[in-house]
Design a protein around this ligand. Structure first.
Ligand code: HSE
Length: 443
């Protein structure tokens, strides 16, 4: 008697995009076809793929795949069951995804910007049509973080999560820390490594991390995707000096995406952050990604791996394809919900403005070297109820008469700190703006 796998017809994939991730996906699906079929219960075949330029050299073998420059011909192809969108960006990816759903095709995408900005409408359309939209590869490349939060931690109330979710920034900060190099110098090298976005300001100004944080927060807390409410600050203002001072105090500087549930609402923020060097996540270096998720039942959990690259990202894309194939026969109402929580149970919790967020701070001031300067500074902090955790005073830098003072504060509400810093900056003995970097113990 024929077994079930041999009687079900293969599932047909249409790929949009044959670049790094598209090529990696073809390679992984081909190389591991036997294992993947054993897991999915059906054979999976790529029937068609679109690319902007068909003459470009590829990292994969495309024999047997219909190649075209016409992406619409894929989303309208009656032979295609699942459309895999690996073009990136909003245009034309957004229109193609909607057209694929309109034509009754399930969608797998690695497009973080598309999901962060338009996911709410995309999932509504998918629900209306009884289709799946899977997006594991959109956050932290090969790390199965979406599945971990949505399914593995489903018994928990998530309290907070904090992640290194942009490999380019982590590479830059690692080089600055290990070799004392300057930001601009390392950025050029990071672009050459092929991890950076087409527009590298998306990486260094924190926008790419904010797209990913938007998605993580939504599935962690059951809230709508709200990219426009994320506080975003990048790493372009971080100097090698700050990295070295932080190290002297026992901290590393990382670009973190942080989502935290507080009594007043949800904190959503991306910014450079001092983390105690004893934390595992502080030791995640180079282009690697890692996310700590704190659940009330499980405690802190850490997920680490490659956040970009052809095959790591393909690993997530293929896992999504297998998930879609496995659930093809299940009733749409009983599938895992797109945003982890049942659509009717998504809660509109308030997102806190950054002025209401409480964090500890690293402050660096440039001060005149004379009696009373430090006393003036600490009095201002005390008047605002800001308590100091550590203070160091360094020798003046070469040729300068002013000396750097570095202060670490305990937790303070940001609006209080803003007032205190404005008063410190107004002191005649302090020059230039006070450099400030938020600090998290992640305890
Ligand atoms: N530019 C991104 C990064 C690629 O550096 O992490 C993966 O999303």
């Amino acid at each position: 008697m024929a077994d079930r796998e041999s009687v079900l017809k293969p599932v047909s994939i249409g790929l949009l995009g044959l670049g790094t991730v598209g090529g990696g996906t073809v390679r992984v699906l081909t190389r591991n076809a036997g294992e993947i079929t054993r897991r999915a219960g059906r054979a999976i075949q790529i029937v068609a793929a679109s690319a902007r330029d068909l003459e470009r050299p590829r990292i994969c073998d495309t024999d047997g795949i219909r190649l075209t420059t016409d992406s619409r011909s894929i989303v309208t192809d009656p032979a295609v069951d699942i459309v895999v969108e690996l073009i990136g960006g909003l245009d034309p990816a957004r229109a193609l995804v909607f057209e694929a759903l309109e034509n009754g095709k399930h969608v797998v995408t690695a497009n973080k910007m598309l999901i962060a900005l338009h996911g709410n409408e995309i999932f509504a359309k998918a629900r209306e049509k009884g289709l799946m939209v899977a997006f594991e590869a959109a956050v932290a490349g090969g790390i199965p973080i979406i599945k971990a939060i949505r399914e593995g931690l489903a018994g928990n109330k998530v309290e907070w999560l904090a992640g290194i979710i942009n490999g380019t920034c982590n590479f830059i900060l690692t080089e600055m820390w290990e070799k004392g190099r300057d930001f601009a110098d390392v950025l050029a090298e990071a672009q050459g490594l092929g991890y950076a976005e087409a527009d590298p300001t998306f990486d260094v100004e924190g926008i790419d991390a904010a797209h990913k944080l938007t998605i993580l927060a939504s599935i962690a807390f059951g809230i709508p995707l709200q990219f426009d409410k994320v506080y975003v600050e990048g790493i372009s203002g971080i100097t090698a000096l700050d990295v070295a001072y932080a190290e002297a105090l026992g901290y590393r500087i990382k670009l973190l995406g942080i989502a935290r549930r507080s009594l007043e609402g949800i904190e959503l923020r991306v910014h450079p952050t001092l983390i105690p060097e004893r934390r595992l996540i502080a030791n995640v270096n180079g282009v690697m990604n890692a996310i700590v998720v704190k659940g009330d039942a499980v405690g802190p959990t850490l997920y680490y791996g490659a956040g970009a690259g052809a095959e790591p990202t393909a690993s997530s894309v293929v896992a999504d394809i297998v998930d879609v194939v496995r659930t093809l026969t299940s009733d749409p109402e009983n599938r895992v919900p797109h945003l982890a929580f049942q659509p009717g149970a998504i809660a509109d919790l308030p997102i806190l403005p950054i002025s209401e967020v409480e964090t500890a701070y690293y402050l660096r001031l440039s001060a005149e070297d004379r009696p009373g300067v430090l006393a003036d500074v600490t009095r201002i902090l005390a008047n605002h109820g800001i308590s100091i955790e550590a203070i160091i005073q360094k020798e003046p830098l070469n040729g300068e008469s002013r000396l750097p003072i570095i202060l670490l504060t305990h937790k303070v509400r940001e609006r209080e700190l803003n007032d205190a810093v404005a008063q410190i900056e107004a002191l005649a003995t302090i020059s230039g703006p006070v450099k400030r970097i938020r600090m998290e113990t992640l305890g």
